[in-house]
Design a protein around this ligand. Structure first.
Ligand code: TRP
Length: 352
C-alpha cells in the first residue's frame, strides 16, 4: 500500500499528535511505501507575516518526526513547497469543487471560529483545503492516516477523485469508490485511518463549553514530545482530575478524568491501571500518588524520543539532507501523477 499524510508546521508536536497519527505512521512505515509531508505552505494561511517562524516550525516538526522514530530509510519526508506538481494539481482540483461546497467544510468553519478569523481571512485560507486534496492525490495513496479533525478534508479529496475520474477518465458515475482505479480512474477514492486515540484531552480540564478540551498548543494544555522531564512533572502535578474529590479518601470518578485517560493511553501496565482505577473509585489511593506514577509513565514514554532527538539536534545538516532525499523521491511520484492528469485532461501539448 501507499500511504500519505502530513502536518502543518504551526509549532512543536505534542502527545495528542502522537496517539492521533504519529503512532500509525510509525507502524505503517515498516511495510508500506510512506510519504510524510511538511505542509509549510499551509502555515502561511495564518502566519504569512512570519516566514522565519514558519521555517523554524517546519524544521522543528521534522525533528519531532525523526525523534519519534520515523526513519528516512523507511519513509520519504518531504517539504510541500518543494513539490510544484502539488500546486499545479491544486488549480485543476479547485475547478472540481463548488465554491460553496468548500466554504461548508466543517473544519474550515471551526478554524474560522476558533482562530477568530472573522471575515478577514485571506483567499488562500479556504484554498488550503483544496490544496490538501492535491497534497494527497499527487501521491495516489491508498490510505491517509489522520486525526479526526481532518476527515472533512479527506471527504473533499474523495469528491475530487470521483469527479476527476468521471470527467476525464470515463469512469461511470455509479462506480463504487473501491472500483474507481479498476474502472480506469487515475485517482483512488482514498480511505482515512484514524489513530488509537481520536481526540486526546488536554491537561487543564474543561473549556468554556464544559467539555474536556482537546490537547492543543493554543489552549496551553499540552505536553510536548520535546518537553523536559521537569516540564512533564509540572504539567502532570497540576493536571485537572476529579473536581469533586476533596480528600484522598473520597470516592473518585475514573470516567472522563484526565488522570486516568492519560494512564489508559500511555501506561503499558494495563493490569496496574485497572487495579488502581478500582482503588481510586473506592477512595483508597490519592491523586498525588497516581500523578507521580503518571509522571514516570510519560517520562518513560518520552525518554527514547529524547535520546533520538539528541542525535539529530546536533546535526541540522543531516535533517536537511533527509528532507532533500525525501522530497526528490516525492517529486518523482508527484510529477508522474501530474503528467498522467494532464494527459487525462488533454493538456499534454508537448508530450507527443
Ligand atoms: N491539514 C493537516 C494539519 O493541519 C496537514 C496536512 C496538509 C495534511 N496536507 C495533508 C494531512 C495531507 C494529511 C494529508 O495537520
Amino acid at each position: 500500500m501507499r500511504i500519505l499524510t502530513g502536518d502543518t508546521p504551526t509549532g512543536k508536536l505534542h502527545l495528542g499528535h502522537y496517539v492521533g497519527s504519529l503512532e500509525n505512521r510509525l507502524n505503517l512505515q515498516t511495510d508500506h511505501e510512506c510519504y510524510y509531508l511538511l505542509a509549510n505552505k499551509h502555515a502561511f494561511t495564518t502566519n504569512a507575516d512570519n516566514p522565519q517562524q514558519i521555517r523554524q516550525n517546519t524544521l522543528d516538526v521534522a525533528l519531532d518526526w525523526l525523534s519519534v522514530g520515523l526513519d528516512p530509510d523507511k519513509c520519504s519526508m518531504l517539504i510541500q513547497s518543494e513539490v510544484p506538481a502539488i500546486d499545479e494539481l491544486t488549480f485543476y482540483f479547485a475547478m472540481l469543487l463548488p465554491f460553496n461546497r468548500v466554504m461548508k467544510n466543517p473544519t474550515l468553519k471551526s478554524e474560522i471560529r476558533m482562530k477568530n478569523l472573522g471575515d478577514t481571512y485571506p483567499f488562500g485560507f479556504p484554498l488550503y483545503s483544496v490544496g490538501q486534496t492535491a497534497d494527497i492525490l499527487a501521491f495516489r495513496p491508498d490510505v491517509v492516516p489522520v486525526g479526526k479533525d481532518q476527515l472533512p478534508h479527506l471527504e473533499m479529496t474523495r469528491e475530487v477523485a470521483r469527479r476527476f475520474n468521471q470527467l476525464y477518465c470515463g469512469v461511470a458515475p455509479e462506480t463504487p469508490d473501491s472500483e474507481h482505479l479498476a474502472a480506469g480512474g487515475l485517482f483512488p477514492v482514498i480511505d482515512a485511518l484514524l489513530g488509537r486515540v481520536e481526540r486526546l484531552v488536554g491537561t487543564t480540564g474543561p473549556g468554556e463549553d464544559g467539555e474536556l478540551a482537546k490537547m492543543s498548543k493554543s489552549l496551553k494544555n499540552h505536553i510536548l514530545l520535546s518537553d523536559s522531564p521537569e516540564a512533564v512533572q509540572k504539567a502532570v502535578m497540576k493536571m485537572y482530575t476529579d473536581p469533586n474529590r476533596i480528600r484522598a479518601t473520597d470516592p473518585g470518578t475514573v470516567e472522563g478524568n484526565p488522570l486516568w485517560i492519560f494512564h489508559e493511553t500511555f501506561n503499558p501496565d494495563k493490569a496496574w491501571v485497572a487495579e488502581h482505577e478500582d482503588l481510586y473509585r473506592q477512595g483508597k489511593v490519592g491523586d498525588v500518588d497516581m500523578k507521580r506514577k503518571l509522571v514516570e509513565v510519560i517520562n518513560d514514554f518520552l525518554d527514547p524520543i529524547r535520546q533520538r532527538r539528541l542525535t539529530f539536534e546536533t546535526r541540522p545538516d543531516t535533517v536537511i539532507d533527509i528532507l532533500k532525499v525525501g522530497t526528490a523521491k516525492a517529486n518523482e511520484v508527484a510529477n508522474a501523477t501530474l503528467d498522467a492528469a494532464k494527459r487525462a485532461m488533454k493538456q499534454d501539448y508537448f508530450s507527443q
